[in-house]
Design a protein. Sequence first.
Length: 625
Amino acid sequence: MNIIDLSIIIFYILLTVGVGIWISKKASKGLDEYFLGGKSIKWYYLGLSNGSGMFDISGTSWMVGILFLYGVKSFLFMWLWPIWNQIFIMMFLAVWIRRSQVMTGSEWILTRFGNDRAGKASHIIVAIFAIISAIGFIAYFFEGIGKFMTVILPWDLTLNLGQSTLLNSEHSYALIIILLTTIYTVKGGMFSVVATEVLQYGIMVIAGVLVAGYTLIYYTDIQITSVISEEWKNIFFGWELDTHWSSKYQAFNNLIDSEGYKMFGALVGMSLFKGFFASIAGPTPSYDLQRILSTKSVKEAAYMSGFTNLILFIPRYLLIGGIVVIALVTLAPQMSENPALTGKDLEILLPTVINFHVPVGIKGLLLAGLLAAFMSTFSAFVNAGPAYIVNDIYKKYFKPEATSEHYIKISHIASFVIVGLGVFMGFYADSINSLTLWITSSLFGGYVAANFLKWVWWRFNGWGYFWGMFAGLVVASLQFVLDQNKGSFEVGTWLYRLSELQAIYLFPIIFSFSVLGSILGTFLTRPTDIFVLKDFYKNVRPWGFWKPVYKALKSEDASFSANKDFGKDMLNCAIGIVWQSSMIVLPIFLLIRDYPKMIISLIVFLITSAILKYTWLDVVRKLPD
């Protein structure tokens, strides 16, 4: 690595850690300041922080790989998360969530189910889910940063003990970066996380613009169009994927056939089915939920969520699209000659391009930007996960009376425990892709049913929530075990078939078990206390099946009205998904020089922005401060 690039990276790391530690003095006042920044941080800083936290290096590596292989329609793979849950949050969920005035997602659950045994059971299970998902994401980041750093940096950090390898180079690099990030995150809490993430967002935008500008100047239209086909540039699809690559690049067609997504219509249909329920279920109890709860008011929660969507996708896809263009021109010919090409080869496209095909200076800024992407997302989870251990388990059930200094010290310990467990899980992860699919399809699949029902059905109670979440978590965990041991099952057995099935197609099974647990748990136990339901419904005002509660409130206050905005909210969400998608494909079409489609994408973005100004923004402005 050139000394200029190395100097940029070292300066960035010192600056980030320095800013995080310098601003950490504000976090010492109490848990509210430590985990939520005292609800005093400006909404646009929280939006930048939230967007920065979603700009992770593991996800970016994965997105580079699928855009390279599947072309422009790969943006539909983003629905696996689904990324448009951020649209649902923007349109109505941020407002519902922020009205609660609590610190964590599991504490919020008590406002829905009460503080009796059923409420406490629901409270504990969502805290456990939050902790497990934080550990799973840390493992996902551990796997991604290790792969990235070993391709970029020349030093072999393998640690041997005699004939045995204690740590390979990937794990050593990952541990070093994770330790540095954990130090300032643990010390400063939300203040340090937001301050460093705003700084990191700026670095990531500069990196994206530079790499996009470099590809536009250095690579010609002819070089790009000689590699990709018309189908590669087509966002539309049928039930089956058409041939994406010419016969010269048959190895890539073979890889598409082996990945399990040939029936693309089924994948999109399953993503839509899962995405609708997952989106209404609301954000999982992690960093984006913490950002909503950290805002000053209900209005600012909505502003923050909308701003996150606006600032995230174009700079991110300038970076991703730029890297893919370089990979198409420089790496595709050699890769296509590899008969044993696998999905894991796509996971190292990002660091390979940066290492060998980006000029000095831009390389250093790009590496700093990607390190920023990792550190910002990682720090967000390290801040969010321990909140559930300390506030929802330790403080509530073990030591309800203690000083702020004591709770913050326990938060530090909890942070290191979560990081340690995530790293341990990362040692046994097969690949970024396997972790991505497990988190998005299996783990979150167990979350969806219970959290969808909690908004829309008055009869759904704390025990229904507990057993719905528990059933989903158990089946999701079994799926992870099957996936990690797929090579040990006898061919033809049902265990073998389940282990070979793509995680997204297991979602209906996990969802069904979770629904069954939710329904049985609800009808075999008594309803939630009507006073709890009235307080929740009057405060949060969700739409759905709340007729008995609405009647009770109406009898007390004739002026009380129900939320009848379901149709308007769903229309806004549909428009918002198109708006969000236009921000993804716009920079891709620009970088592959398909200017007619780029102009269409820009027009769609401007039209949907104008519509949302009247149907969403003007409504939000009328909300109380």
